[in-house]
Design a protein around this ligand. Structure first.
Ligand SMILES: [Zn+2]
Length: 173
């Protein structure tokens, strides 16, 4: 037996798992055991590892699927609340103003348009100053700047239907 130090000089050992009495060569070494051998034979150990591995894989897969679904539901719910929707609108504003990789950046950040709101200020402004207290009030609408050359800031934003938004852009720029 390679690498195993037998402490007792025994030649056979009974496996605690399958109950078979086997030559010591059928057991792996374990220095923490009194006889220097595992309590399970190699075959049982292998089987245990495989069973356990399958259990873990199954658990992990189920967990992942549940987790995905939960996250999906949570995000859907969140974006269906007023605060969640405003956070998304705000995120889009930031993208247009600050991310040169955004397709329409050239019409916003690219020509100096800034987002002067912090997220909380933006939501507070929309709710208190624009009087939008329910998501239904902005369903299907887009955020718009009243002065097309002005920033996203108090006094210069409103929600309008997307079509009007397009016309407004055309006539002002
Ligand atoms: Zn065994």
């Amino acid at each position: 037996m390679e690498g195993v130090i037998l402490l007792t000089g025994i030649e056979t050992k009974r496996c605690w798992d399958c109950g078979r009495t086997l030559p010591v060569g059928e057991f792996c070494g374990n220095r923490s055991m009194k006889d220097g051998l595992q309590t399970q034979c190699k075959a049982c150990q292998k089987k245990y590892r495989e069973d356990n591995r399958n259990r873990i894989l199954l658990y992990q897969r189920e967990y992942y699927e549940q987790h995905l679904e939960l996250r999906h539901r949570q995000s859907k719910r969140y974006f269906n609340t007023l605060l969640g929707r405003l956070a998304r609108v705000y995120g889009h504003i930031n993208q247009r103003c600050n991310n040169p990789n955004t397709h329409n950046y050239y019409r916003y950040g690219g020509r100096g348009i800034k987002n002067k709101f912090m997220l909380d200020e933006f939501r507070e402004y929309v709710i208190s100053d624009l009087g939008i207290t329910h998501i239904d009030q902005i369903e299907g609408l887009e955020i718009d700047r009243i002065d097309n050359d002005g920033d996203y800031e108090p006094g210069n934003i409103r929600f309008i239907i997307p079509k009007e938004n397009m016309n407004n852009r055309g006539s002002n720029s």
